[in-house]
Ligand binder design. Sequence first.
Ligand SMILES: C[S@@+](CC[C@H](N)C(=O)[O-])C[C@H]1O[C@@H](n2cnc3c(N)ncnc32)[C@H](O)[C@@H]1O
Length: 392
Amino acid sequence: MTATTPSPTFTTQFDTSNQEFLAAGVFRPRSIADIADDLRLLRDGMELVKGVFYVNLKRVTHMNSTAFHALTRVLVDASRSRPELQIVVVVSSVVTWATQMFRHLSELSPNITMEIYDSAFYPGQTFVENQSFIPILRTQTKMTWRHEREILPRHGLRSGMAIADICCGIGDFAMLVRKEFNPARIVALDHSVASLEYARSVADKFCVRDIEYTFGDASQMLFESDQFDFVTCRHSLQIFDRPELLLRELYRICKPGGRVYITNEKNSHCLGEPRADSIQWTYTEVAKLFRHFDMDVEIGPKGSRLLRDAGFEDVKIESFMVTNLDGDPQEFADIIQAWEDVYAGEMAVKRGDSPEFIKRFRQGFADHIFSALHPRGYAGWPIWATSGRKPL
Ligand SMILES: C[S@@+](CC[C@H](N)C(=O)[O-])C[C@H]1O[C@@H](n2cnc3c(N)ncnc32)[C@H](O)[C@@H]1O
């Protein structure tokens, strides 16, 4: 059962199956009377459940002291009258005031706890947000851009559009899109503070003021629905353990008739000549390693199905191969070296792989670099670009 009490800027719901009270929006009542229905919904919800009760405030962007005191009073009263009930207040690190405000609740009552859900909310976060990746992301985008600048118009990107690049990383793709496609508005969102700082410093250096770099959680965005003509999300669905949640948000913020464009890899199809067998073995193992951390780096060709399942129509899919021959082969080699450092140097170690495995695993990367730099060699990294239209 789900109950809803809407007000212009604020909504509350009670979700019986998840034992969860969800609030969203701007919570700034003038008096307690303004939020009497919401508080009743909270109280009634708590009376219905046993065990753990969740108060989900991830999408509350603002809260005044009237709301805060009224809410905490209801929670503290309930925790005292029902000491067996565990109350978990879930906030997001994206909304910085919330963690500060609710942190003290457990001092008032030991059976109320606060969780910051996005401090560790996808399994590969520590690897993906690893700062050593920053320079290499730049090289990767430079190499994929040679292909994507021609691919993007086939997927509907035109000048003058409102564009959002979700999971923008260090923001270089947004920068290139801005230059090439002259958007009316461009927003770039990521959850890595280090990447965004880097993005902002580059923009500053180049006197670029019109890219809206935004800190946020892509699976719970604070953007209004139906905002953007073109939404991009590159190399990121593959690192989420539940890509469908992210797709639902991309769909939501896209305008009806607009398009969502995603790129993803299929790592086991990375290839090289000579030393093809060793290279293939290592990249098949890369896919298994990511799986271990609940990430699917084989998503590329599944893009068409994913977009259709998410409700998109007119789905277009194509693949392209970044190769050592696209530009300076050393750049290709640098990318592979960075992958080896993180995959073999950190992830395999964390999984507890043996030194013998890691040695063979590293050899495949070394051979990929060898093939990239060999005067008669060929090395490839395949990528799938998929887009779909949100129905009118
Ligand atoms: C593999 S990188 C890709 C970055 C960029 N799109 C590119 O192609 O270079 C994945 C990015 O997703 C970001 N990310 C992961 N989970 C996120 C979340 N829940 N909300 C926003 N960004 C997230 C990471 O910080 C990282 O920058």
